[in-house]
Design a protein around this ligand. Structure first.
Ligand SMILES: *Cc1c(COP(=O)(O)O)cnc(C)c1O
Length: 390
């Protein structure tokens, strides 16, 4: 028996990613596939690179899309900058910092974790103290911790790391195209992202960028990069001027990213940041009117990922499946120690819009009612609307 042709449901993706995708981005996936060395595709690659530079706010030549998801971008940054025995500090205040530490250990780094409870962020002082003690080659930190909803300020940390002569790797999987990611202004040496969060593209590509100091460190390596697939030295020959075959780039995914980046730049970075912030404010005001509280301090709350405490008496799984089955809305549950304690409501890329916020608040009110929790009817929508009308 041959299975039926796929016919996926139309969801509203308000979880931690993937996020909603503009029809023109999906349409790009269905465009004719050309060869990976076809002059047409080489032009697409050039344009993807130049649009990525604009979104990362960098002039780094070595800016490209790794074939793989955000985690492949993470591995690419770590594996190219670390040689066995190198010291690396990783900030672990959520699942993704933990993943970066794991990746670094596998590559043979001598890893020092600095830790913070889930939901908190690092102070410049504690990073400075660790850097002074460890004298690392590389420091890795997560800009937007999608597992907790916390935003890590980077400016002072970047200065501390550079003053100590170390390199800074930043995870901007969730922040890129939703919050300013200022690679050149902060001198971030290496950064990676993912196509499926605020860039509004399906999962499958990991934009990365490497600055001059990172390239210098790679050129001075004593040992070959332990991953052939993610070796930036080899990838530079494909994404750089030589155009030498390395692997077959996922052609149609690059079309999709090209269109997604066009939409980002057409909207304008500043306007896009403002939009994410606006819908976050409306959602937050609505949720609070319903008696729901955030699990992160207001000053460090991410606009694109709203992590809230599940109200007392509500059944986590029942609410999420009612949201999905009756309203087509996907939100995320808590990860790690937050499992069963938080909901993660994403407002990423295309999903950050008024109709999603208002529908979600109305839907959640119904779901809570079913659980015997009775918020004042309509209060959340009225509060969110007040934000939109002000
Ligand atoms: C989603 C995410 C990742 C991992 O990306 P995948 O595309 O799932 O491999 C890494 N870091 C952060 C902060 C993320 O949000």
């Amino acid at each position: 028996m041959i299975p039926n042709q796929i016919s996926p449901p139309q969801r509203i993706l308000m979880g931690p990613g993937p996020s909603d995708i503009h029809p023109s981005v999906l349409a790009a996936l269905a465009a004719p596939t050309v060869g990976h060395l076809d002059p047409y595709f080489l032009k697409v690659m050039d344009e993807v690179q130049s649009m990525l530079r604009a979104v990362f706010q960098t002039t780094n030549q070595m800016t490209m899309a790794i074939s793989g998801t955000g985690s492949a971008g993470m591995e690419a940054c770590v594996v190219n900058l670390i040689e066995p025995g190198d010291r690396m500090i990783v900030g672990v205040n959520g699942v993704f910092g933990g993943r970066m530490a794991d990746v670094a250990e596998r590559v043979g780094a001598e890893v020092t974790k600095i830790e913070r409870p889930f939901g908190e962020v690092f102070t410049p002082e504690e990073v400075a103290a660790a850097v002074a003690k460890v004298r690392p080659k590389v420091v890795g930190i997560v800009h937007a911790e999608t597992s907790t909803g916390a935003l890590q300020p980077l400016e002072e940390i970047a200065k501390i790391v550079h003053d100590a002569g170390a390199l800074l790797i930043v995870d901007c999987v969730t922040s890129l195209a939703g919050l300013p990611v200022e690679i050149d202004r902060l001198g971030i040496d290496a950064a990676y992202s993912g196509s499926q969060k605020c860039l509004g593209c399906p999962p499958g590509l990991a934009p990365v960028t490497f600055g001059p100091k990172a390239l210098e460190v790679m050129d001075q390596r004593k040992k070959k990069v332990s991953s052939w697939y993610l070796d930036i030295g080899l990838l530079r020959n494909y994404w750089g001027n030589n155009r030498a075959y390395h692997h077959t780039a996922p052609i149609n995914m690059n079309y999709a990213l090209h269109q997604a980046l066009r939409l980002v730049l057409q909207e304008g970075l500043e306007a896009r940041y403002v939009r994410h912030r606006l819908h976050h404010t409306a959602l937050k005001t609505g949720l609070e009117a319903m008696g729901i509280r955030y699990s992160v301090a207001a000053e460090t709350s991410l606009p694109m990922l709203n992590s809230v405490l599940i109200p007392e008496g509500a059944d986590d799984a029942a609410v999420r499946s009612q949201l999905l089955n009756e309203f087509g809305i996907e939100i995320g549950g808590g990860l790690g120690p937050m499992k069963g304690k938080t909901w993660r409501i994403g407002l990423m890329g295309e999903a950050a819009k008024m109709s999603n916020v208002l529908l979600f608040l109305a839907a959640l009110e119904q779901c809570l009612n079913r659980q015997g929790i009775m918020p004042t009817p309509g209060a959340a929508i009225a509060a969110a609307n007040a934000v939109y009308c002000s």
